[in-house]
Unconditional design. Structure first.
Length: 371
């Protein structure tokens, strides 16, 4: 683990455990909770994240006026980031509800008012790679401070996820509920699906009359030093040589932008990876939770995991991915065979897979969260 990464962690600990609680306590002494005050907060997005968009839009339709504390803190100066967190704490002190969708240290930095409700929408469904306190890639063992404190509700995609979330995020019993992942409601929306088709045709006219294969891997290691073994294992060359009848789209995880800039072209900004899923015929991924979003469409997938042994040992998995209704290919040759022989699950197996890991994602998740 790099020295710079460790320094950042110690700085985060000081901010979370010392500085922010003082700001909150001072603001509490001067305010009362306003039950109609709603905050959306995220440190990794310059706008309302996709994972929170459906809830945000629903509240707007109700006439609410949520405060937007969604920003990419990585693009701020140190002083700018501190000012952003300080302002959040002042509003947090009097908020009725706060929505987040990932780790958000300020919300967990203090003993919050009981009248304030914190809702963790989370950003992924299903069960795959280890997370939270189950892996040092997320939370280093030396980190002091509870990064998941103050949650009142955590939504997950299916009942099978509940005990895993409780353990990984060290959550009290009863607050993790299989209400579904709110953002998946979009995948049942006819207008969203039609808009996605239109955007796809505009962005990829050369895909007309071809089967679309989407390669959407996650990254290995931590966010400070991300790696993507699948991109270095000959996948692109394989499709050029053996599968000219397919149209391959490569969408690495956003953390890979620095290393693989060529895949973050204009089309990356014109159409999001999520909007590609309805138009995808075959998904190739590794340990990414995009697999579970894709399962809503009950279409075939292949897992391409050249680093399976290493990843399983170092990061760890909650499930045996070889039990999934597909092939786990560990090299380009096995991937080619899987595609040529269509070695993936049938409709019944894909349905069972969806129900097990994403069964609560039925298009009405936002309604249940807000009721």
């Amino acid at each position: 683990m790099g020295v710079l990464f460790r320094i950042k962690q110690y700085f985060k600990m000081y901010i979370q455990n010392k500085y922010l609680p003082r700001i909150y306590e001072k603001a509490v002494s001067k305010t009362e909770v306003d039950k109609d005050k709603i905050i959306f907060a995220d440190m990794h997005s310059e706008g309302i994240p996709y994972s929170m968009q459906t809830v945000y839009d629903a509240l707007l339709r109700q006439g609410k006026k949520p405060l937007n504390y969604c920003a990419d803190i990585g693009k701020m100066s140190a002083l700018g980031g501190i000012k952003y967190m300080k302002n959040f704490m002042k509003d947090y002190a009097s908020a009725g509800t706060v929505y987040i969708c990932s780790y958000f240290l300020p919300v967990s930095s203090c003993k919050k008012r009981s009248e304030t409700k914190v809702v963790q929408l989370w950003h992924s469904g299903g069960l795959m790679k280890k997370m939270g306190y189950d892996t040092s890639d997320d939370i280093p063992e030396y980190y002091k401070g509870n990064v998941t404190a103050n949650y009142d509700l955590v939504t997950v995609s299916a009942p099978v996820c509940v005990p895993v979330w409780e353990k990984a995020l060290r959550l009290p019993k009863g607050i993790t509920k299989p209400l579904g992942i709110a953002r998946t409601d979009l995948m049942y929306d006819e207008k969203w699906l039609a808009d996605s088709k239109k955007l796809f045709k505009e962005a990829y006219p050369e895909a007309e009359d071809k089967k679309v294969v989407l390669y959407a891997p996650t990254f290995s290691g931590n966010a400070a030093h991300p790696e993507c073994p699948g991109l270095d294992a000959g996948l692109e060359l394989l499709f050029e040589k053996e599968f000219p009848e397919y149209f391959l789209i490569i969408r690495p995880h956003p953390h890979m932008r620095g290393k693989y800039q060529e895949y973050f072209d204009d089309r990356f900004s014109k159409i999001s990876t999520e909007r590609l899923l309805p138009e995808t015929d075959i998904l190739i991924t590794d340990y990414s939770s995009i697999l579970f979003d894709y399962s809503i469409f009950r279409k075939p997938f292949v897992l391409f995991c050249p680093d399976l042994s290493k990843y399983s040992e170092e990061r760890g998995l909650y499930v045996d991915i070889k039990t999934f209704p597909s092939t786990v290919a560990e090299n380009a040759s096995e991937l080619a065979t899987a595609i040529k022989e269509e070695k993936w699950g049938d409709k019944e197996e894909l349905e069972e897979f969806f129900q097990k890991y994403m069964g609560a994602c039925d298009g009405h998740v936002t309604e249940r969260i807000l009721c």
